[in-house]
Design a protein around this ligand. Sequence first.
Ligand SMILES: Nc1ncnc2c1ncn2[C@@H]1O[C@H](COP(=O)(O)OP(=O)(O)OP(=O)(O)O)[C@@H](O)[C@H]1O
Ligand SMILES: [Mg+2]
Length: 177
Amino acid sequence: MLEDTLTLLEHRLTAENAGIKLERSFPKSEAWVLADGDKLKQVFWNFCENAVRAIKTQATTKGGTLTVALAERGLDWEMSFADTGPGINPQQTEKIFEPFQSNFEGGTGLGLAIVYQIVQAHEGKVWARSAVGKGTSFVVRLRRMVYAQDAAGGTSASSSASASAGTALAAAGGTRG
Ligand SMILES: Nc1ncnc2c1ncn2[C@@H]1O[C@H](COP(=O)(O)OP(=O)(O)OP(=O)(O)O)[C@@H](O)[C@H]1O
Ligand SMILES: [Mg+2]
C-alpha cells in the first residue's frame, strides 16, 4: 500500500518536474498490519499531497525532499513522512487534525481530519512534528500483524465478516529507488 502510494507519487512528481525528491528508508521489504488497505492509502496519500504542497509554497522554489521511513517500534510499525517544507508553527500544529484548518490555497482542511479518523478507527496513533523553517513530519503508528496465522490469504481484499478492518497490508518495497 505504501509502495503503491509512493510509486503513484513518483510518477506525479516526475510528470510535474517540480524538483521534489522522494526518499525511502525501509529496513524491511515487508510490513504487515491488519487494516483497511484503501483507507491506509488515503492516509499515505494525504501526507504526501500535503508535503508536496508545502514544499511548493516556499518562496524559494528550489524544490525539496520528502523522506518516507518505515521502522519497527515495539509492537507497532511506525511510518513517517518528513518534508523540507516551510514547517508549521506550534499553535497550528496543535490544531492540525481539526477540520477546516487550512493554509493551503484552495484547501478545505479536511485531509488530516480524515487521516485522524482513519487512524483512530485502526486503533493507531498519529502526530505531527514541525519546526518553522525546517520542515514537517507526520508520524503514524499501527499495530504490527504477527505471523501467527497463514499470511497467504492475507492480501485478499474481501473483508472478513467479523472485523471492520479486513484487509492485510504490505507496506514496503525493499531497496527500490
Ligand atoms: N507537510 C505540511 N507542511 C506544512 N503545512 C502543512 C503540512 N501538512 C498540512 N499542513 C497544514 O495543515 C493544514 C491542514 O491540512 P489538511 O490536509 O487537513 O487540509 P488541506 O490540505 O488544506 O485541504 P485538503 O486536504 O482537504 O485538500 C494545511 O492547510 C496546511 O496549512
Ligand atoms: Mg491535505
